[in-house]
Design a protein. Structure first.
Lengths: 324, 344, 427
C-alpha cells in the first residue's frame, strides 16, 4: 500500500471522487493555477479543466452561496476556504442558507466546505483558529475533523457523497507531518462514527484532530507509570458518536476531554454534559477538560506554545485525575 | 407557466400577443386579490400566522419578468414577488396553506410567508437575511451555463438589500464568470422605514452596474410592459452567453413594511401620487384603450379570481396544523428522507 | 354554531391591542369579512373584518379596553365554520430542550413511562467522599460506605476501593432499597441478650454472615413469599447423561451435570413467562431483557451466587461452560464483582445435601427462585402399574405481589414438561 501524507490523502480522495462523479467540482481562491495555498488541489486544473476547478474572486460569502446554488441544481461542489479562519466571511450562507434549506423546504444541499484549521505553525490569530464549534452549534450541518491520513481520505469521500452540507476541518499541522499506508481502493469512513485509537482502562481521553496524536503520545509515556489511557478519536463532531463516548466512559470511569479549541463553549463542554446526563453513575472522578484558554490564538512561539494543549499538560491532568 | 416554449424559441421584440397580455392582467389581479386577502382580511382575523409582507403596488415586476421564463430557468424571488411563485406553478392552495402554517403546505409549517422553494419548478426562496440569494443565483447560473441549454437565473431584491455585501460579491462574481444572471432590483423607495437616500447616494442604483461592466437600466416598475421589455433584453443577452444584467424597477411600496407597520413615515402625498400609477390600472387602461379586452371580460376575470381565492382560503383553513413532534424530522437529507416519504 | 372573534396579533412582538370601536351592535347581523371592529396596537391601527357570517351575540371587550392578543373579544352565532382559537389548535407545544430520558440499567425496560424514583442509598454516611460510580456500586451491593477504606484523594472511596471491598464480601446478588427500615440481623444480635442460664459464647458475625443475614431479612420483608412444589420425572435427562456423558466430557472437558439441564429448562420457562424475570420498583414492574441465572454455590464460609449472564442467548454447551467456570472461580475465591451482579433469577440446590425439597428465600430484587431437591429413584405409578423412575422435587418460591399461584404453576408446568420430554441435543 502506498504511503501518503494527510494532505495527499485528502487530495487523492477528492481526485478519485472527481473521476467517479462528474457533478463534483471545486471552487475557491487560488485553487486552480496555483493549486491551493497548501497545494491540496495541485494538478487538478490540468486534469479536470476550468469548469471543474474554479478560481474565484476573494468572496467567501459568494463561494459558499454559489456552492449552495450549484448544489441545489444537482452538483456536488467542494468549496475551499484558504484558511478556515476566513469562513466567517461566508457565515450567513453556511448557517442561514445551506444549513436550513433541507429543513425549510426539503431540497438537497450536497456540498463540502473544507480548509486548513488549527494552530502550531505560528500563524497568528487569523491563520490558526479551531473554529469548528461555530458550526457544531448549527443544526443541519455536518462537521468532521479527521486526525489520520486514512480517515482524511475516507471522510472527504463520505463528505462529498453526503447529501448535506459538510464542514470539513483539516488540520494544517498534520498536512505533511503524518504519513501512513493507505489502501489504493475506494473506501469511505462514515460520518458520525468515532474510533477508539488506543484501548485503555484507567482514564478515557476523548479528543479529535491533531490532539489525537498528543493524547497517543501522552498515553505511551504514562504507560511506564502504570496508567492506562484509552484514546477516543471523535472524527465527526456533528453528529457525534455518543455511544462510543459513553462506552469508553463506562469502561474507564474517569474521563478527560481534550481539544485545541478554546475552553468555553468548546466540544468538551458538550461532551461533559452528555456524560453527566447519561453516565453520571459511571463516574469515579470529575470530568476534566484540557483545552486552549479563552484567548485568541497568539502568534509568538512562546505565547502559542503556552496557549496550545500538549502531551505534558495532558499528562499533568491525567496524574491528578488518577490520584483522585 | 409557459411550458411549451424553450429557451431558444422565444419571440424577440414586437408587440406581445393578446393572450400574453391578458395573462399578465390575470396574474396581476390574482396577486393583488390574494395578497389583499392575506393582509387585510385573514391576518386581521388571526388566521395568518406570523408577519405579513406583501408587494402591493409592485406586482408588475414579478409578472413582467417571471412570465417570460421557460422550464429549466430559475427564479429567486424576493418576499414581495408573490406573482413569481404563482407564475412558476405554486398554486393558491399551496400558498395559502403556507401562510396559515399548515402541515400540508409546501414548507410543512417549517418556514413562513413566501419562503417556498421547489427545484422542479425552478424556484429558490429567500432567507430573511436578504441578499443571500444573489450568490446562490450565481451558483445556479454556473450550473446552467455548464449545461449549455441557454437557461437563466433571475434574482429579485429590494433597493435596501443592495447595501449588503452579498449583492456586491454576486454581481462581481457573475460578471467575472460571465454568468446568465439577471439582477432585478425592485426599488420601492423604502427599506422598512429607511428611504433610498439613506441607503445610497447614487441617484439611480442601476448606475452600480457599470462598476461590474454589466448593462444597467432603470425602468418604470409599475409598467408591466416596460419591465417585460427590459427583462426580455437581459434574458436574451444571458441566453446568448453574454453574461449578467442589472435592472432597476422604480416602484412604490403601497403598504407598510409589513401588515403591522402603519408606515406613518411615508408622506401621504407620495402614496396618493403613486396610487395614480397603479400597475394594474395602467395595464387595464391600455388594454381597454387598444380594445384588446372588454369591461365584461375583466369583470368575469375578477369574479373568477375571487372564487379561486375563496376556494384556496377555505381549503387551507380546513387543513390541519402540523404535529408538534414533526419539528424533529428532516433536519438532514438522509436516504430515508422525511420529505420524500411524505411528498404526494 | 358560534365563532369566537379574537384580538389579532398585528406584528410578531405585539402582545396586546385596544378595541377602539365596535362597528356592529349585539344582535346585529354581520357578514364574513365585513368590518366588525377597530383596534389600535403599539404598531398599527386597523379595521378588523368579521371572521364569520352570523349574528353578533356577545361583545366581551368594551370600547377602549385593552386585552392580550388572541383574547376572545366577541362571539358570532352563525352558519360559518368555527375559527380555531389558539387553545383549540392542535399544534403541540414545541419540545423544551430536555435531556434524553435517564437511562435505565442495561437490559431493563420499564413497563410504564413513570420514571422510577431514584433509589435511596442505604447506609451511606453523608460525609463519606466517593463518586457517583462508587455510590452506585455501593447501592447495588448493599455496601455501607463507612466500612470501606478510601485510598483516593483525601480518603475518598474510589472505584478500586469499593471493588476490592465487594470482591472480598462473598455474597452476590443485590438488595433493593427497601421502603421501610430493615431490621438488621446484626444489630438485633447486638441488642440486650436474653437471660440464659447456661454459659454462652458470643462471636461476632463475619462480614459475609452479616450480609447474608441482612439480605435474607430484607427479602422476607420485601416480598410476599409463596411456594409451590412439583414432582418431576428425569428419565429422559438421566438417559441423556448416560448416553452422552462420556462423549460430552471427552469433547468439552466438562461433566454433563444436572444443573445445566435445570438451567436450560428454567430459561425456556422464563422466556415464556417473562414476569419471572422481572423485579418490582415501587409500583412498577421492571422487565429485564437479559435472562441472567444465578446459581447458589455453597462455600465453607457461607453462600455465594455467581451469575450466568445472558443465559437466554446461550446454548446447552455454553451454559455448561459458564457453570463450570463460575463454580471454579467461586471455590477458588476468584469471583469478580461482575460475576455476582445482575442476576434476574436464581436456582438453588438443597438436594445436594439430601433434602427432599427446600423452600428458598427469594434473592432480591428478583421475584422467584427455583429450589432443586435430591434426585433419586422412587416408586411411581405409570399406566396403572408401579414403576421405578428417577424423580426430583422442584420448588418455586415466588413473590405474590406480582405473581399469582396459577401463573407460578404454569411456569413450573413448563419446567416439568421441558425436563420430562427432553429432546434438546446436548452434543
Amino acid at each position: 500500500m502506498p504511503v501518503l501524507t494527510y494532505l495527499d490523502a485528502i487530495r487523492q480522495g477528492i481526485w478519485e471522487e472527481m473521476e467517479r462523479d462528474p457533478s463534483v467540482f471545486l471552487l475557491g481562491e487560488d485553487i486552480g493555477v496555483y493549486g491551493g495555498a497548501f497545494k491540496v488541489t495541485a494538478g487538478m486544473l490540468e486534469k479536470f479543466g476550468e469548469d471543474r476547478v474554479v478560481d474565484t474572486p476573494i468572496s467567501e460569502s459568494a463561494i459558499v452561496g454559489a456552492a449552495v446554488g450549484a448544489a441545489l441544481m444537482g452538483m456536488r461542489p467542494i468549496a475551499e476556504m484558504q484558511f478556515m479562519d476566513f469562513i466567517s466571511c461566508g457565515f450567513d450562507q453556511i448557517v442561514n442558507m445551506a444549513a436550513k434549506i433541507h429543513y425549510r423546504w426539503g431540497a438537497k444541499v450536497p456540498l463540502v466546505i473544507r480548509g486548513p484549521s488549527g494552530a502550531g505553525t505560528h500563524g497568528g490569530p487569523y491563520h490558526s483558529q479551531s473554529n469548528e464549534m461555530w458550526f457544531v452549534h448549527t443544526p443541519g450541518l455536518k462537521v468532521v475533523a479527521p486526525a489520520t491520513a486514512y480517515d482524511a481520505k475516507g471522510l472527504i469521500k463520505a463528505a462529498i457523497r453526503d447529501d448535506n452540507p459538510v464542514i470539513f476541518f483539516e488540520h494544517k499541522f498534520l498536512y505533511r507531518r503524518i504519513k501512513e499506508e493507505i489502501p489504493t481502493g475506494d473506501y469511505v469512513v462514515p460520518i458520525g462514527k468515532a474510533i477508539v485509537r488506543r484501548e485503555g482502562t484507567d482514564i478515557s481521553v476523548i479528543t479529535y484532530g491533531a490532539m489525537v496524536w498528543t493524547a497517543l503520545e501522552a498515553a505511551q509515556d504514562l504507560e511506564k507509570d502504570g496508567i492506562s489511557l484509552e484514546v477516543v478519536d471523535l472524527r465527526s463532531l456533528l453528529p457525534y458518536d455518543e455511544e462510543t463516548v459513553l462506552t469508553s466512559v463506562r469502561k474507564c470511569n474517569k474521563v478527560i476531554l481534550l481539544h485545541e479549541d478554546t475552553r468555553t463553549g468548546g466540544m468538551a463542554g458538550e461532551l461533559a454534559a452528555l456524560i453527566a446526563e447519561r453516565a453520571f453513575e459511571d463516574l469515579d472522578g470529575p470530568v476534566v477538560r484540557v483545552t486552549a484558554p479563552d484567548t485568541p490564538v497568539p502568534f509568538s512561539p512562546p505565547l502559542e506554545e503556552y496557549f496550545l494543549p500538549n502531551a505534558k499538560k495532558l499528562m499533568d491532568a491525567v496524574r491528578t485525575l488518577a490520584e483522585f | 407557466m409557459a411550458a411549451k416554449k424553450t429557451a431558444n424559441t422565444i419571440s424577440h421584440g414586437g408587440r406581445l400577443p393578446k393572450k400574453t397580455l391578458e395573462r399578465m392582467l390575470y396574474c396581476l389581479k390574482v396577486t393583488r386579490e390574494a395578497e389583499s386577502r392575506i393582509e387585510r382580511v385573514l391576518y386581521r382575523q388571526g388566521k395568518i400566522v406570523g408577519g405579513v409582507y406583501t408587494g402591493r403596488g409592485q406586482e408588475a415586476i414579478g409578472v413582467g419578468s417571471a412570465i417570460q421564463l421557460v422550464d429549466g430557468d430559475v427564479v429567486l424571488p424576493s418576499h414581495r414577488d408573490f406573482s413569481s411563485f404563482f407564475i412558476r406553478g405554486f398554486t393558491l392552495r399551496e400558498i395559502f396553506l403556507n401562510w396559515m402554517a399548515r402541515a400540508e403546505g409546501p414548507a410543512r409549517g417549517r418556514d413562513n410567508t413566501l419562503h417556498l422553494g421547489d427545484i422542479k419548478r425552478g424556484v429558490i426562496p429567500i432567507i430573511s437575511s436578504l441578499g443571500a440569494t444573489c450568490p446562490v443565483a450565481c451558483g445556479a447560473a454556473m450550473t446552467l451555463k455548464w449545461r449549455g441549454k441557454g437557461h437563466v437565473a433571475l434574482v429579485h431584491f429590494g433597493e435596501g438589500t443592495t447595501s449588503r455585501g452579498d449583492v456586491h460579491e454576486a454581481m462581481n462574481w457573475a460578471s467575472v464568470m460571465t454568468l446568465p444572471v439577471i439582477f432585478i432590483c425592485n426599488n420601492n423607495s423604502y427599506a422598512y422605514s429607511t428611504p433610498t437616500e439613506k441607503q445610497f447616494v447614487v441617484g439611480k442604483i442601476a448606475a452600480r452596474a457599470a462598476g461590474y461592466a454589466m448593462p444597467g437600466v432603470t425602468v418604470d416598475g409599475n409598467n408591466v410592459l416596460a419591465v417585460h421589455g427590459a427583462v426580455r433584453k437581459a434574458i436574451e443577452r444571458a441566453r446568448s452567453g453574454m453574461g449578467p444584467s442589472f435592472i432597476e424597477c422604480k416602484t412604490f411600496r403601497m403598504t407598510g413594511h409589513s401588515a403591522h407597520d402603519a408606515a406613518n413615515y411615508v408622506p401621504k402625498l407620495l402614496l396618493e401620487k403613486w396610487a395614480q400609477r397603479d400597475p394594474i390600472l395602467q395595464l387595464e387602461k391600455l388594454l381597454l384603450q387598444q380594445k384588446l379586452i372588454t369591461r365584461g371580460r375583466i369583470q368575469k376575470m375578477e369574479k373568477e379570481i375571487h372564487q379561486q381565492v375563496d376556494e384556496a382560503v377555505a381549503y387551507a383553513e380546513a387543513s390541519p396544523m402540523p404535529e408538534g413532534a414533526d419539528a424533529l424530522k428532516g433536519v438532514y437529507c438522509e436516504p430515508e428522507c422525511w420529505w420524500q416519504d411524505r411528498r404526494p | 354554531m358560534s365563532t369566537n372573534v379574537i384580538m389579532p396579533q398585528m406584528g410578531e412582538s405585539v402582545a396586546e391591542g385596544t378595541v377602539v370601536k365596535w362597528l356592529k351592535k349585539v344582535g346585529e347581523r354581520v357578514e364574513r369579512d365585513e368590518p366588525l371592529f377597530e383596534i389600535s396596537t403599539d404598531k398599527v391601527d386597523a379595521e378588523i373584518p368579521s371572521p364569520a357570517s352570523g349574528v353578533l351575540t356577545k361583545i366581551l371587550v368594551k370600547e377602549n379596553e385593552t386585552v392580550e392578543v388572541n383574547t376572545v373579544v366577541a362571539e358570532i352565532d352563525g352558519e360559518a365554520a368555527r375559527v380555531a382559537t389558539p387553545e383549540e389548535k392542535k399544534q403541540a407545544a414545541p419540545p423544551a430542550t430536555v435531556p434524553p430520558a435517564l437511562p435505565l440499567p442495561s437490559g431493563v425496560k420499564a413497563v410504564t413511562r413513570v420514571a422510577a424514583p431514584p433509589q435511596r442509598v442505604q447506609g451511606e454516611g453523608e460525609k463519606i467522599r466517593s463518586s457517583p460510580l462508587v455510590r452506585r456500586i455501593a447501592r447495588e451491593n448493599n455496601v455501607d460506605l463507612t466500612l470501606v477504606h478510601g485510598t483516593g484523594l483525601g480518603g475518598r472511596v474510589s472505584k478500586k476501593d469499593i471493588l476490592s471491598y465487594v470482591a472480598q464480601s462473598p455474597i452476590g446478588g443485590t438488595v433493593p432499597a427497601a421502603p421501610r427500615p430493615i431490621p438488621s440481623a446484626a444489630r438485633q444480635s447486638a441488642g440486650p441478650r436474653m437471660a440464659f442460664s447456661s454459659p454462652t459464647e458470643v462471636l461476632a458475625m463475619t462480614p459475609m454472615r452479616r450480609q447474608i443475614a441482612e439480605h435474607m431479612m430484607a427479602s422476607q420483608q420485601t416480598s410476599a413469599h409463596v411456594a409451590t412444589v412439583y414432582e418431576v420425572e428425569l428419565t429422559k435427562v438421566v438417559e441423556m447423561r448416560a448416553q452422552h456423558g462420556a462423549e460430552f466430557e471427552k469433547r468439552n472437558g466438562l461433566k454433563l451435570t444436572y444443573t445445566t439441564f435445570l438451567i436450560r429448562a428454567a430459561v425456556e420457562a422464563l422466556k415464556e413467562f417473562p414476569i419471572f424475570n422481572s423485579s418490582v420498583e415501587g409500583t412498577n414492574i421492571v422487565y429485564k431483557r437479559d435472562v441472567n441465572i444465578g446459581v447458589a454455590v455453597t462455600l465453607d464460609t457461607g453462600l455465594i451466587v455467581p451469575v450466568i449472564k445472558r443465559a437466554g442467548e446461550k446454548n446447552f454447551l455454553e451454559i455448561a461452560r459458564a457453570v463450570q467456570a463460575l463454580a471454579e472461580r467461586a471455590r477458588g475465591k476468584k469471583l469478580s464483582v461482575e460475576d455476582v451482579q445482575g442476576g434476574t433469577f436464581t436456582i438453588t440446590n438443597p438436594g445436594a445435601f439430601g433434602s427432599l425439597f427446600g423452600i428458598p428465600i427469594i434473592n432480591q430484587p428478583q421475584v422467584a427462585i427455583l429450589g432443586v431437591g435430591g434426585i433419586e429413584k422412587r416408586v411411581v405409578v405409570r399406566h396403572d402399574a408401579i414403576a421405578i423412575r428417577p424423580m426430583v422435587y422442584l420448588s418455586l418460591s415466588f413473590d405474590h405481589r406480582i405473581i399469582d399461584g396459577a401463573l407460578a404453576n404454569q411456569f413450573m408446568g413448563r419446567v416439568k414438561t421441558y425436563l420430562e420430554n427432553w429432546d434438546e441435543p446436548v452434543i
